[in-house]
Design a protein. Structure first.
Length: 157
């Protein structure tokens, strides 16, 4: 029987804690009004620092909770079905529970980019470019997992 383990949502927790740490570090260094949207590297939309910080932290909490809820739901559903306490089920829970870390990584970068620009005047890179890089790497990693899974299935035949 499989039970909940923190490792199933380790990456979402890491990005949540990283985001909280960024907020704690940067909040006192931010001006009252901060730029949150950029066009051609220049700010064109502004929010108060409290609202911007909340808008950047709330999704991190929600995504971490979503990862925990999905893993918990799968484990509870698995208790009503045939027992599957094997290595493959554990690997799938690790993959599924930590999957929400990809959008969390993009959100953490957005927070860092907004805060670094408003605190120190440093523009890191466009968010769309960072998101594209993360999605590309995530696709490669998922492709490798699926390739290994298919190879294991074919090896058993």
């Amino acid at each position: 029987m499989i039970s909940f383990r923190w490792k199933y949502i380790a990456l979402p927790l890491v990005f949540l804690l990283l985001s909280i740490g960024l907020a704690i570090y940067f909040f006192p260094r931010l001006p009252d009004e901060i730029a949150y949207h950029f066009k051609d590297g220049l700010p064109d939309r502004w929010l108060s620092r409290g609202v911007a910080t909340a808008w950047l932290l709330v999704p991190q909490f929600l995504l971490t909770g979503l990862g925990a809820a999905i893993v918990t739901g799968i484990i509870r559903l698995g208790k009503h079905l045939q027992p599957t306490a094997n290595k493959r089920a554990e690997t799938m829970l690790l993959l599924i529970g930590n999957m929400v870390a990809l959008p969390q990584l993009v959100l953490a970068f957005a927070m860092l980019a907004i805060f670094s620009y408003n605190s120190y005047g440093i523009y890191l890179m466009p968010l769309w470019l960072f998101a594209l890089i993360v999605m590309g790497l995530g696709g490669i990693i998922l492709g490798a997992f699926f390739f290994l899974a298919i190879r294991q299935i074919l090896a058993r035949k």
